[in-house]
Write a protein that binds this ligand. Structure first.
Ligand SMILES: *Cc1c(COP(=O)(O)O)cnc(C)c1O
Length: 415
């Protein structure tokens, strides 16, 4: 083995640097299914504690829904555990095709191709549809998986200031000579819960003859009246060229992702997208469960309606309790604390109060923008929300930040 002390020392010092900087990400062990109520072993080795979960992407509360679990069992029993193949060799079952068709219908697109994850969908799609004669023009705050996907593509890279339509227009003017241009954005941005201005983006795309690609991972299943996503919410259903999204959040939360859009693009992805060609097929148990999820959310909007109601209720109550939140309508509710240590300390105290939330600070968000990111779910009941609000109020009082805005909190705690 050529693993030298020099290398070992280097890796160890990298890790201890993270511990010192407070950026080391610790994992907590959950000893129950994913749900509003979970049992958590934290710190590791301590007896499990029952807490309310406010940090999962389980927006529709479907991660452990009995009908979804049942559909997964049925998939396991009827189609086995694994396929031991990529799609194009012997890894495609009829249920894969059925799910792809259902996803297209739900998203309002022509065709869909599944990937092992949305990360893989984003890693594959750009290189398939764009070449060096083309330009990718992305929002500056797009998800890391888009950043990586763009790196794997030879098209010229441009970006515009977050949600700044004037700046986007400038970039569209700058790139007039390219063969194809693609505007690239998240539908909902994960740290602030803010929504891309898709109506304006589509308008600019038409004016400048550009395509639009949206990663709707934080929206598919619940944004818009029928939960179709950000494009429905913004009134541009059928006008987005490419949608990528995940099965790993609202849609049952297991894993899997897709590229959805015009038939030619989807067909080309099947031929050329490298993560599709060279990585295993999504297993049958996930496919049958995801098929059930799409059926459930197509039949009724009850779950997304409940999520909307829960979100509205929580946003109102937490604001009247005196917290400074990022305004909006999304189930991601950032409670702004600005100071990294304050965010960590408050998250720890919330845990003692039986509420599981996480503090986010640099480098996950900009310096001086530390926060606790609360995520609401349709799996939460009113009493859960009330318990969280009461706990936040108690902890907020302890740190004397209730009724205080950015300036005052920074005066008290610094950045
Ligand atoms: C969560 C997320 C992903 C990753 O999805 P996976 O299916 O877990 O790989 C990609 N893009 C965005 C915007 C996300 O929020």
């Amino acid at each position: 083995m050529a693993y030298s002390d020099k290398a070992k020392d280097f890796y160890k010092s990298e890790l201890s640097g993270m511990h010192k900087a407070g950026t080391f990400k610790e994992e907590r062990f959950i000893e129950s299914p994913q749900a509003a109520n979970i049992s958590v072993e934290y710190p590791v080795g301590s007896p499990p504690k029952e807490v309310l979960n406010f940090c999962a992407n389980n927006y529709l509360g479907l991660s452990s829904h009995p009908e979804v679990v049942k559909a997964a069992h049925e998939g396991l029993d009827s189609r086995g555990y694994g396929m031991s193949s990529v799609r194009f060799i012997c890894g495609t079952q009829d249920i894969h095709d059925k799910l792809e068709k259902k996803l297209s219908e739900f998203l309002g697109t022509e065709a869909t191709v599944l990937f092992a994850s949305c990360m893989d969908a984003n890693a594959g799609v750009f290189d398939v549809v764009l070449g060096k004669e083309d330009a990718m023009i992305s929002d500056r705050l797009v998800h890391a998986s888009i950043v990586d996907g763009m790196r794997l593509c030879k098209a010229q890279l441009y970006n515009y200031k977050h949600s700044n339509m004037d700046h986007l227009e400038e970039k569209l003017k700058e790139t007039q000579d390219c063969r194809f241009r693609m505007i690239i954005t998240d539908g909902v941005f994960s740290m602030d819960g803010d929504i891309a201005k898709l109506d304006k983006i589509v308008e600019l795309a038409k004016k400048y003859d550009a395509m639009v690609m949206v990663d709707d991972s934080h929206a598919t299943g619940f944004m818009g009246k029928n939960g179709r996503g950000t494009h429905e919410h913004c009134g541009v259903l059928g006008e987005i060229d490419i949608i990528t999204t995940t099965l790993g959040k609202a849609l049952g939360g297991a894993s899997g992702g897709c590229v959805s859009g015009p038939k030619e693009i989807v067909d080309l992805c099947r031929q050329r997208a490298r993560p599709y060609l060279f990585s295993n097929t999504v297993p049958p148990v996930i496919i049958t469960a995801a098929n059930k999820v799409i059926d459930l959310i197509s039949k009724t909007t009850d779950r997304r309606d409940k999520l909307e109601e829960n979100t509205k209720y929580f946003r109102e109550k937490i604001t009247t309790s005196g917290f400074d939140i990022k305004e909006g309508v999304h189930a991601i509710v950032p409670i702004m604390l600005y100071n990294a240590k304050l965010a960590q300390d408050m998250a720890r105290d919330m845990y003692s109060e039986g509420i599981y939330v996480i503090g986010f600070s640099f480098p996950v968000v900009a310096k001086g923008q530390a926060r606790i990111r609360v995520q609401i779910s349709a799996g939460h009941e009113k009493e859960h929300l009330d318990k969280a609000i009461a706990a936040f109020t108690k902890v907020g009082e302890k740190y004397k930040i209730l009724g205080k805005g950015k300036k005052e909190i920074i005066e008290m705690y610094g950045y």
